[in-house]
Design a protein around this ligand. Structure first.
Ligand code: GAR
Length: 199
């Protein structure tokens, strides 16, 4: 099943998917296209290095409507079966998520419903967790619907907050222990379910 990965930054979750493909953990789908919503991000270099086609659709320059139209057209033309949001920071409109219902998944760096929704992304999530003083945080992979970070949960993994953690050290631990493990596993499961007609 052709997979498109949508990125906005460093692309460590994209790398986890590519590595999982290399090791065979992810075998029911293939990353055939990486799309960035902003130019020049490192994730595009990771994709190019792996020989995966890349496309930049500049969300700021295009505006939401033109961006989503171009995105939908591209996904349809390429026969994409699953869209994986991997460190993708734009919010998709309801008309877009409805159109691809059950075929878009996202990784979020907290145990949803904590620290999620509009304004909670990247390091901000870990800053909020540290301010609140939680002892456990983690990551969630979920289907994407019209509510930001509100779609059905596919899998979660808890990660301990350690004394002396900074947003940066916590982010690294959550990525390593949770996100990079959960996302390829969830992508494989959803691809398999779609292929078996259960998606
Ligand atoms: C990751 O922690 C990802 O979960 C988060 O951005 C970070 C960068 O990922 N995404 C969100 O906060 C989305 N709401 P990357 O290294 O894969 O680019």
């Amino acid at each position: 099943m052709p997979i498109a990965v949508l990125v906005s930054g460093g692309g460590t979750n994209l790398q986890a998917l590519l590595d999982a493909e290399g090791s065979g953990t992810l075998h029911s789908g293939t990353v055939t296209l990486v799309i960035s919503d902003r130019p020049g991000v490192f994730a595009l270099e990771r994709a190019a290095k792996a020989g995966v086609e890349t496309l930049t659709l500049d969300r700021k320059a295009l505006g939401r409507e033109a961006f989503e139209q171009a995105l939908a057209r591209t996904l349809q033309e390429r026969g994409i079966g699953l869209v994986v949001l991997a460190g993708f920071l734009s919010i998709l409109s309801a008309s877009f998520t409805d159109r691809f219902a059950g075929r878009i998944i996202n990784v979020h760096p907290s145990l949803i419903p904590a620290f999620c929704g509009k304004g909670f992304y990247g390091l901000k999530v870990h800053e909020a967790a540290l301010v609140r003083g939680v002892r456990l945080t983690g990551a969630t992979v979920h289907f994407v619907d019209s509510v930001p970070d509100g779609g059905p949960i596919i899998d979660q993994k808890a990660v301990r907050v350690l004394r002396g953690d900074t947003p940066e050290t916590l982010q690294q631990r959550v990525m390593k222990q949770a996100e990079w493990v959960l996302l390829p596993r969830a992508a494989e499961k959803v691809c398999r379910d779609i292929l078996r007609g259960r998606g």
